[in-house]
Design a protein. Structure first.
Length: 299
C-alpha cells in the first residue's frame, strides 16, 4: 500500500470539506479571484466531483482595477470547466452610491469589494461561499474555522465560531445568514506551490517573471497604470518582476524576480524572508486591517 503523502492528506481534507458543502447547503458558490489559491480550489472542486461537473457556480468580485491577464485567465478557465460565472462589479457599486471611491495617492478599491460581495451573495441567495484563504497568510485568517459563520449582515464574529471536532461541520443557520468555507485552511504557501508543481496546474503569466513598468512606494514595487497616482519622487522604471499573490492592482506588490518556472518559484519562496502578504499594501493600513475588513464581511 502506498504511503499517504503530506500533500495527499491536505488534498483529501479539502476534497472532504468541498463535498460537505455540496451536501449541506442549497446554493453554494466558489469565490474566484484568478489567484493561485482560487485556481487550486477550482482544481480540487474538479477532483471532488469527477467525472461529474462541479455542482456550483463561481463568483468573481471585479474591482475594475484587475490585471488584464487575470481576467483573461478567468474567462478561459470557466469556459474549459463548463461552470457558470457570476460577477459583482465594484464600479457598479460606486455608480449606485453603495460605496464611495477613495481618493489620494493611496486610494484603493480593495476594501470596497466587501459591499459588492455582500450585495452579490444577497442578490443570488448564495448560502455558502467557498474561499481560498489559508491560516498561514495572516493572523486574522488564522482565527477562521473551515465553516465560518456570518450573521444576517454578513459580518464575522471571531469570538463566536462553532467548534469543529473530528471533522464534523455544523452548517445550520438562520434565514439570511450564510457561511464562508475555507477548504485550504491547513495549507501553507509552500504547500500550494508544491501542489501546483505536482499537478501541473496552469497559472496566469503574472506569476512568472516578466518585464513591466513599475514604481516603488514604501519599499513595495507597484504596477504603473493610469489610475495609479504617483508622487513626484516615484518615477516609473522598467523591472523584471512577478506576482507572488494577485489582487487589486492598487495593492498588489510585485517581486523582483528571475523565476521563470514552477521549480524556480518554489526555490525562490523557500529562500525568501518576506511573507506572502508582505507586499500587500492594504494590510499595512493598520495592525488590525485584515481583521477589521473581515468583521465587516470581507473575504
Amino acid at each position: 500500500m502506498s504511503k499517504l503523502t503530506h500533500l495527499k492528506e491536505l488534498e483529501s481534507e479539502s476534497v472532504y470539506v468541498i463535498r460537505e458543502v455540496a451536501a449541506q447547503f442549497e446554493k453554494p458558490v466558489l469565490l474566484f479571484s484568478g489567484g493561485k489559491d482560487s485556481i487550486v480550489m477550482a482544481h480540487l472542486a474538479c477532483r471532488a466531483f469527477y467525472p461529474a461537473a462541479i455542482p456550483f457556480p463561481f463568483l468573481h468580485i471585479d474591482t475594475g482595477h484587475n490585471f488584464e491577464e487575470t481576467i483573461a485567465f478567468r474567462d478561459t478557465l470557466v469556459k474549459r470547466l463548463g461552470v457558470r460565472l457570476f460577477t459583482g462589479s465594484v464600479q457598479e457599486s460606486i455608480d449606485r452610491g453603495r460605496v464611495a471611491e477613495e481618493t489620494g495617492y493611496n486610494a484603493s478599491r480593495n476594501k470596497l469589494q466587501t459591499v459588492t460581495l455582500l450585495d452579490a451573495l444577497e442578490k443570488y441567495k448564495f448560502d455558502a461561499a467557498l474561499g481560498g484563504a489559508r491560516r498561514d497568510e495572516e493572523k486574522a485568517r488564522a482565527k477562521e474555522r473551515f465553516f465560518s459563520h456570518r450573521d444576517e449582515f454578513g459580518q464575522w464574529d471571531p469570538r463566536n465560531q462553532r467548534p469543529e471536532l473530528w471533522n464534523i461541520f455544523n452548517g445550520k443557520k438562520q434565514p439570511g445568514e450564510h457561511f464562508r468555507i475555507f477548504p485550504l485552511s491547513n495549507w501553507t504557501e509552500m504547500d500550494i506551490w508544491h501542489y501546483i508543481l505536482q499537478e501541473g496546474i496552469e497559472l496566469p503569466s503574472l506569476y512568472y517573471t516578466h518585464e513591466r513598468e513599475v514604481f516603488e512606494r514604501d519599499g513595495i514595487w507597484l504596477a504603473c497604470y493610469p489610475f495609479m497616482k504617483r508622487k513626484p519622487d516615484e518615477p516609473a522604471v522598467r523591472r523584471r518582476v512577478r506576482c507572488r499573490t494577485i489582487g487589486d492592482i492598487t495593492c498588489t506588490g510585485l517581486t523582483l524576480s528571475e523565476a521563470n518556472t514552477l521549480e524556480e518559484i518554489v526555490n525562490e519562496i523557500a529562500a525568501s524572508r518576506v511573507t506572502e502578504r508582505g507586499g500587500r499594501s492594504d494590510d499595512k493600513r493598520s495592525d488590525a486591517a485584515m481583521e477589521d475588513r473581515k468583521k465587516a464581511g470581507y473575504f
